[in-house]
Structure formats: structure tokens, C-alpha cells
Write a protein that binds this ligand. Structure first.
Ligand code: GLU
Length: 493
């Protein structure tokens, strides 16, 4: 058997360090077995998937030095490798399951499902579909389909006994079938859900080992059942431990930057970031901390992955990055890398149209543009307070602006401006005083170019990171206060 592994990111946001981590381990395992590693884009969630996100994910993984044998960019003979281009395949497979009685059409309205959910919650029952449409007469189903009544396709799932399967790292795992929902396979718009598309593709793309994050363990029974329904051999499953924040909670962008673009912007070396990801639950046989990709590939043994939640600690990453800079690069190489990073004409050209309005001599450039090539700025709580806002309101402005900006999908000046204007309006604060603390958080001083332009130049990740940093400088927001603020924010509309 040829070992084939895959990474299957959904292009619904920034390229996540967790995606790179799982990709690295998939690639390393395939390499250790003389197999192949492929990349598939899981973009069945049409509302949330964007081509920009797909491009950012591929670019970020390539930047890190990860490569795949087959994928949407380099092709292969099991394509297409983008699920949105495979709809017919999923529909045919859903039909097969309907014909064999392993799936059924469900016409329940969202009102009925909401009502059901509410009753189940009130009665402290397990929440899930109650099988209402499971026993409809075929003639009724046909008539309703012929009338064009909207419906989904759900899979049958046993209600008794357990699903038991083997995980490469965890051994035998058993989950009660009763806990598994009668999963929707095909949505009302004819698009498949993750579960159907994922299983069909893993089979058709001849994936032998599914190596993914542990958050998918509870999906495994559904997948195993689908393999059984189709009469296919299921792949070997391996669920990697989730990356954690320093406080051991699941890695989240609220506590840690999670986007690879942030690390790029900060000036981490891709080799060092990849090296650090390679240390997440895994170590070299000689326990050395610094190693490159080919050394890792040579020494990789998946059974040496340990399950204790690996902590993604930015301070440790920075320390490792420093070692890479000092030990691995000559001055010449370092100069090249820094030019590639940000000390180049593109950066200058993006900033000059704004800077020239404020320059008398060339040497004015450095103080004006310093913040563009910096990480977190050397500002203090006092600087932020100098914007003249009372402390509670200051925190609210920063936090609400951050939340609002987190939901901006396409990062550009207009969208940033509209987001900020909406929040200022809802808070009944004039735009100028509202923006004043943001100037300081983003650019270090209110004497900079427009804060919207600055954010646009800095990119979403660095902008949000600086707002988070400013909130921390003011002492942060405790859990209780955060809840209160979330409520108030929602009421702002
Ligand atoms: N599309 C899923 C994700 O976004 C893939 C999960 C899997 O590997 O099965 O992570």
C-alpha cells in the first residue's frame, strides 16, 4: 500500500499556525513511509470561503517551506483538489446512500428544528435531530421532492451500542452511537457538508492515513460509518494533540496571534517557525531544539508524538528565532532576508504617498515610518490615556474596535473606515476623539498618517495584535468585565 496523507484546510480565514502544524506532520509521515502528501481545499461552506483566503493559505504554507505532491495549484491525477469543483461527485454519492437506505431526506423547517432544540435543552436531553422524517412513506417523499420542497439529506446512525476504532496515537477509542447526530450530508442548496465531502474525497484520493487535529475525534464515527455504507476500506486515523496557549487553553487568537501572516509580518524566519511547530508534541531523537525541515523529515517517527497538549509559546519561538538568526545566517544572508521581509522598495512605495506630505528632509522618514517595520510599539498606558478619554471608555473603544475589525473580511481602507465609523456612531462618540487612542495603539503617536491607512498598510493581523496589546497595557479586561462588554457590544448592533 502506498501511504498517502493530506491536509484539507477550509479557506475561511487567515492561514492558521495549526494548519501548518498539521501539514508538517502529514508531510513528515508521508516522507517517512516513502509516500505522498497532498493538499485539498475544503470550500463547501460557500458563504465563508474566499479565494483570497485560499491563496493566503497556500502562500503561507509555501513560505514555510512546505510542499505537496498534488494540490489545486500543482495538479495531480486525483483532482480537482477543490471541493467546490466536485459537487456532482458528492450528489451522486448522496444518491447512492439514499438508494441503499443509509440516508433519508429530511424536510424539517428551521423553525421546527429550533423548537426541538429548545425543548431538548429545557428537558436537559441530548440535543440532536429526532428522526422525524426518517419513516416517511416513499410516495410522500417523492411527491414532496417533485413539488420542489426544500430538504436536506441526513445519514442513518445506529442509536445503540458503540463505535470503536483505532487511533494510531491513542489506541482504541469508543464513542456511543447515541451521541452521534443524524448528520446532514447534503444541504438544502445541494452542497455537501464537510463529513460527506471529506469521506468521499479521502476515498477517491486514496488517502491511507488521516492525520488531523484532535477536535475531529468525535467526527470519526460518522466517517467510519460512511466508509461502511459505501463498502470502502476506512483509512487509518491519527488525531494530533491540539496546540495550546500558555495557560493550556486551546490556542486562540484572543490570547495569542494564530495567523501565520502575523509571524511573517513580525519578521520571524519561516525555518524557525517551522522548527518550532516541529517541536509541538514531537522531538528529535537527540532532543536538540534547533533543526531544519530535512533533518526533521529524516528523523521523523510519528509514534514519538506525545499527547500532552503542546504549548505554543511566542516567547520560546522568539528565542528559537534568535538562535536561527545568530547561528544560521551570514550577514549577507541576513541582509537578503531582511530585504525580502520589509526593507524593500515595495514597503517604501506603499508608504511614500502618505509620508511625502509630511517630509521636509529624507531623515523625517524614519520617525514617520518606524511603526511600519516594528513589532509591538514602545508605548505605555499613559500614552494611551493621553488621548484624553476616561479609562473605562478608552478600554471600550479599543475592545469594540478590535471586535468590529475582527469581522472585517476584506481588509482595505474603506472597509476599515466603515467598521470604525459604525462603532463610533453606535457609541455616540465623534470620529476624531474615537480615533485618537487608535492612532496611538496602531502607530505610536497621533502625529502619524491616517489611522485607517496605517492599518491598511500594516495588515489585519498586526493591526489587531497592536489593539490587543494596547488593551493589555491598560490592564486587560477580566472575564466578568468581558462578558458585560460583550453584551453591551451586541446591543450596539
Ligand atoms: N476542512 C477541515 C478543516 O478545516 C479538515 C479536517 C480533516 O482533516 O478532516 O480542518
Amino acid at each position: 500500500m502506498t501511504v498517502r496523507t493530506r491536509i484539507a484546510p477550509s479557506p475561511t480565514g487567515d492561514p492558521h499556525v495549526g494548519t501548518a502544524y498539521v501539514a508538517l506532520f502529514n508531510m513528515a509521515f508521508a516522507h517517512s513511509q516513502g509516500g505522498q502528501f497532498l493538499l485539498r481545499i475544503e470550500d463547501t461552506d460557500q458563504a465563508r470561503s474566499t479565494p483570497e483566503s485560499e491563496k493566503a493559505i497556500l502562500d503561507a504554507l509555501h513560505w514555510l517551506g512546505l510542499d505537496w505532491d498534488e494540490g489545486p495549484d500543482n495538479g495531480g491525477d486525483k483532482g480537482p483538489y477543490r471541493q467546490s469543483e466536485r459537487s456532482d461527485i458528492y450528489r451522486e454519492h448522496a444518491d447512492q446512500l439514499l438508494d441503499s437506505g443509509h440516508a433519508f431526506r429530511c424536510f424539517c423547517t428551521s423553525e421546527r428544528l429550533d423548537e426541538l432544540r429548545k425543548t431538548q435543552m429545557d428537558n436537559k436531553q441530548q440535543v440532536g435531530y429526532d428522526g422525524h422524517c426518517m419513516h416517511l412513506e416513499q410516495s410522500e417523499v417523492d411527491a414532496r421532492v417533485a413539488r420542489g420542497e426544500p430538504h436536506v439529506v441526513r445519514m442513518q446512525v445506529p442509536r445503540e451500542e458503540q463505535c470503536t476504532f483505532d487511533d494510531m496515537l491513542r489506541g482504541e477509542i469508543s464513542i456511543d452511537w447515541a451521541q452521534i447526530d443524524l448528520q446532514i450530508l447534503l444541504k438544502a442548496d445541494g452542497m455537501p457538508t464537510y463529513h460527506l465531502a471529506n469521506v468521499v474525497d479521502d476515498h477517491l484520493m486514496e488517502i491511507s492515513h488521516v492525520i488531523r487535529g484532535e477536535e475531529w475525534i468525535n467526527s470519526a464515527p460518522k466517517h467510519i460509518l460512511l466508509y461502511e455504507y459505501f463498502g470502502w476500506q476506512a483509512p487509518v486515523f491519527c488525531h494530533l494533540p491540539l496546540l495550546r496557549n500558555v495557560d493550556k487553553s486551546k490556542l486562540s487568537k484572543r490570547k495569542n496571534p494564530t495567523s501565520i501572516l502575523y509571524y511573517q509580518r513580525m519578521g520571524y524566519l519561516p525555518e524557525a517557525l517551522l522548527n518550532y511547530l516541529g517541536r509541538m508534541g514531537w522531538s528529535m531523537p537527540d532532543e536538540r531544539e534547533k533543526f531544519n525541515l530535512s533533518e526533521m523529515l529524516e528523523a521523523f517517527d510519528i509514534l514519538r508524538v506525545s499527547l500532552g497538549g503542546p504549548v505554543f509559546d511566542v516567547e520560546k519561538l522568539s528565542w528559537l528565532n534568535g538562535m536561527w538568526i545568530r547561528d544560521e545566517l551570514t550577514d549577507d544572508q541576513l541582509a537578503d532576508r531582511m530585504q525580502e521581509w520589509a526593507l524593500n522598495r515595495d514597503t517604501l512605495m506603499s508608504f511614500l504617498p502618505f509620508a511625502r506630505q509630511r517630509m521636509e528632509t529624507f531623515s523625517d522618514l524614519a520617525p514617520l515610518g518606524n511603526y511600519l517595520v516594528s513589532g509591538m510599539l514602545p508605548i505605555s498606558a499613559e500614552n494611551l490615556k493621553s488621548a484624553g478619554m476616561e479609562e473605562d471608555q478608552l478600554l471600550e473603544v479599543l475592545q469594540y474596535a478590535l471586535w468590529r475589525l475582527e469581522s472585517v473580511q476584506q481588509w482595505n481602507r474603506d472597509n476599515i473606515f466603515n467598521a470604525l465609523k459604525a462603532i463610533a456612531g453606535a457609541m455616540e462618540i465623534k470620529l476624531k476623539p474615537f480615533l485618537a487612542p487608535l492612532f496611538i495603539a496602531i502607530a505610536g503617536s497621533s502625529a502619524s498618517i491616517s489611522v485607517m491607512d496605517s492599518m491598511n498598510l500594516l495588515g489585519a493581523d498586526m493591526s489587531r495584535a497592536r489593539l490587543r496589546y494596547a488593551i493589555d497595557l491598560l490592564g486587560g479586561v477580566g472575564k466578568k468585565k468581558l462578558k458585560k462588554m460583550e453584551k453591551a457590544y451586541q446591543q450596539l448592533g
